[in-house]
Design a protein around this ligand. Structure first.
Ligand SMILES: Cc1cc2nc3c(=O)[nH]c(=O)nc-3n(C[C@H](O)[C@H](O)[C@H](O)COP(=O)(O)OP(=O)(O)OC[C@H]3O[C@@H](n4cnc5c(N)ncnc54)[C@H](O)[C@@H]3O)c2cc1C
Length: 431
């Protein structure tokens, strides 16, 4: 075996496909019964495709996922994105401003606020992200504009575009990097036709040309001798491999190896890793609850989308569903009182946005998501502080996934880290 990959999420599958295309023999071991990890979904008997995770790709044709597919000689087919993104702000819905001009035209801001917001945006676009990865957007705003507290909701909204709900703990470097790319991009976001099923199937097909994926097979230990990886152990097998790549969130690596084999800074990073967690409500109806693009909350950690309006393949004929998500406060995902409060807030926000929506709802699904984004993009977990593929310092053992050093946000990190790991593995195997 050339390369054994632990985990069949986007990072593991992308890496597997890249290596298989290059002619290497790969085996992916996945502990769950299905592939996709946090991007996975399933189609039920009536014909709904439930995506329990990643649904869209930032920067569409210019983003890391699309670029990886191009590298593989494939394409992601995106929906046209007919409906504009919206903002939920102080109880109302507004078109989301995506340029300086649209900020000036937006009814969300007063005259003074427009001036501050525009000044801040110009400051962000002009800044060098490398100077700001270790500082927060709040610190950036204090330096660049007067009275940033007067546009605090807008600052939180900007941070929420990279899935950090508050400016106080959002890495300014990450936001600057994203904003620069987003303002230049032709499309800010692309949603795959047919959901993640499309992308996952394409990756799976490529892997199967020169490799295998075993689901329901959990890696229990990574075997290392004299600083060199030998392979991995599962409940019933030992797999010998020239290289092993771990792609799940890094806190989960610590149980697979004796800790004295790992560098201290990596252990500290993994032990203190901060994920995001959410509460999701899927509302099923005969007609759409709304026809609009992604809604993001300004000052409230809410997002929502209506996938079946544009993509009829995700629901049986005549049925629709809407997805509403409330991101939980840091460190409170295990607190049942906080979960109850989050649900109450989410339901009241839905009622405010869409009065009378309940009359349309036929049934609902409530899902607690303990791990949404592997790394919250706070200053200490911004890109330069996340481990590179070779950070374990064991020959033949590499890292990828959305808690490691890849570009972008959430799923983008999984794709771009897989590309980095691919280069590291290639160079190792060719030595
Ligand atoms: C509700 C939700 C919405 C999201 N929306 C978006 C979005 O719109 N855009 C975006 O970019 N991102 C989004 N994300 C984030 C995105 O889904 C993740 O960043 C991405 O899927 C992470 O991929 P990964 O391969 O790094 O990790 P994972 O998907 O976690 O994959 C790791 C895999 O490893 C397996 N594994 C772990 N330990 C072992 C072991 N010992 N042996 C074998 N297998 C193991 C796991 O079961 C898992 O399948 C969303 C996430 C959620 C939950």
């Amino acid at each position: 075996m050339d390369v054994l990959i632990i985990g069949a999420g986007y990072a593991g599958l992308t890496l597997g496909a890249l290596l298989a295309r290059k002619g290497y023999q790969v085996l992916i071991l996945e502990k769950r019964e299905r592939i996709g990890g946090r991007a996975g979904g399933e189609r039920d008997e009536p014909g709904f495709y439930w995506e329990y995770g990643q649904h869209s790709h930032r920067l569409a044709e210019e983003g890391p996922a699309y670029q990886v597919f191009q590298f593989l000689g494939e394409k992601i087919e995106f929906l046209a994105g007919e409906y504009p993104p919206m903002v939920y702000y102080q109880g109302g819905l507004y078109p989301r401003p995506g340029s300086i001009l649209s900020i000036i035209q937006s009814k969300m801001f007063s005259g003074w606020e427009k001036f501050s917001v525009a000044k801040l945006m110009i400051g962000l676009i002009r800044a060098n992200p490398n100077d700001w990865y270790g500082k927060s957007v709040w610190e950036f705003s204090q330096e660049k504009i007067s009275s940033p507290e007067r546009i605090k909701n807008f600052l939180d909204l900007l941070c929420f575009t990279i899935m950090v709900p508050k400016a106080e703990f959002c890495s300014a470097g990450e936001l600057i990097d994203f904003m620069k790319k987003a303002l230049r991009a032709k499309r800010k976001v692309g949603t795959p036709k047919g959901g993640s099923e499309q992308t996952l199937k394409k990756l799976e097909q490529i892997i199967k040309t020169n490799g295998e994926i075993h689901t329901n097979e959990e890696v229990k230990a990574i075997s290392v001798k004299n600083g060199q990886v030998l392979g991995v152990e599962t409940a019933n097998n030992f797999y010998k491999s020239k290289a092993v790549v771990f792609t799940a969130p890094l806190d989960q690596l610590l149980s697979l190896l004796p800790l004295d084999l790992l560098p201290e800074n990596l252990i500290n990073y993994a032990k203190n890793l901060e994920h995001t967690a959410s509460l999701m409500l899927y509302l099923i109806s005969d007609e759409p609850i709304a026809k609009m693009g992604l809604i993001m909350g300004a000052g409230v950690p809410l997002w929502a989308h209506f996938p079946t309006v544009e993509d009829r393949s995700l629901a049986p004929k005549g049925k629709h569903f809407a997805v509403f998500c409330w991101m939980l406060e840091r460190g409170k995902s295990q607190d049942s009182a906080h979960l109850q409060e989050a649900e109450k807030n989410l339901r009241s926000a839905i009622a405010q946005m869409f009065p009378g929506y309940q009359a349309k709802v036929l049934s609902e699904k409530k899902v607690f998501v303990p791990l949404q984004n592997g790394a919250l993009l706070k200053p200490g977990q911004a890109r330069p502080f996340r481990p590179s593929p070779e950070a374990v310092k064991i020959k033949g053992l590499f890292l990828a996934g959305d808690t490691t050093n890849g570009q972008g946000v959430s799923g983008d990190i999984a794709f771009s880290s897989a590309l980095k790991a691919y280069q590291a593995v290639l160079s190792y195997l060719s030595d």
